[in-house]
Write a protein that binds this ligand. Structure first.
Ligand code: ADP
Ligand code: MG
Length: 230
């Protein structure tokens, strides 16, 4: 990802003065988290991260609108990881994604960002995989679950997924989830979450269904909308 503005070949200053992209060090993150970001090569924040991370780390609910590839995963992963109690193996954060492929990517990114924290278990729960091994994994405990709405709802109805300790709910690529017909499943899953929680909603577009989800499940959300990423 390259969010650095182009510098003209002749070394002249760009016409518009551009302030340097903000560093993660400006955020209230633990030193070991900053060191891990540094190791991952995350030196400066992307625009969505710079705009949304201070709000999300401050505990606000958030509606974030930004394109694919803009670094949204860290925008919700860092706040949810910051609140985890590693000593409890109860599910404390849940991320809803439209597809198994996206859930796998999100889980992988959360694990990379959690490397500074010891023994954070991130479980993916998606349809199309046998449910029995997922149930076994849930019995052993997980801090974060990432999954598709239908399968998450299935686990809730079987009582194999318990959300009493949940403090962060993320709806990732919410517009795509609606395109795939997940509205009712999202409502059922979000209704099963404790009311006292942080809810972070990410979407590239803002159709009516997203507004309805936001009105129902977010509390005094802050909105961050970035049209131009690059
Ligand atoms: P989105 O969810 O908006 O499509 P991702 O969170 O998947 O974007 O991030 C896209 C890519 O950019 C990933 O490979 C991720 O590791 C990388 N990335 C995210 N934030 C940064 C950053 N601040 N610095 C460098 N790379 C980053
Ligand atoms: Mg994403």
């Amino acid at each position: 990802m390259n969010s650095t503005p182009d510098i003209p070949e002749d070394g002249a200053s760009p016409d518009t003065p551009v302030s340097a992209a903000p560093a993660f060090a400006e955020l209230a993150l633990a030193p070991e988290v900053l060191a891990n970001l540094n190791q991952l090569g995350y030196l400066t924040m992307t625009p969505i991260q710079a705009a949304a991370l201070p709000l999300a780390l401050g505990g606000h609910d958030l509606i974030a609108q930004a394109k694919t590839g803009s670094g949204k995963t860290a925008t919700f992963a860092l706040p949810l990881l910051g609140k985890l109690n590693a000593r409890s193996t109860r599910v404390q954060a849940m991320v809803l994604c439209p597809t198994r492929e996206l859930a796998d990517q999100v889980a992988k990114e959360i694990r990379r960002l959690a490397r500074a924290a010891e023994n954070i278990k991130v479980l993916t729960l998606c349809g199309g995989s046998p449910i029995r091994p997922q149930i076994n994994s849930l019995e052993h405990g997980a801090h974060v679950v990432v999954g598709t709405p239908g399968r998450l709802l299935d686990h809730l109805q079987r009582d194999t997924l318990r959300l009493e300790a949940l403090n962060t709910l993320v709806l990732d690529e919410a517009d795509r989830m609606l395109d795939m017909g997940f509205f009712d499943d999202i409502v059922a899953v979000a209704d099963a979450c404790p009311p006292h929680r942080q809810t972070l909603l990410f979407s590239a577009t803002y159709p009516d269904g997203i507004a309805r989800l936001a009105a129902r499940f977010l509390r005094q959300p802050k909105t961050v909308k970035l049209e131009e990423q690059h």
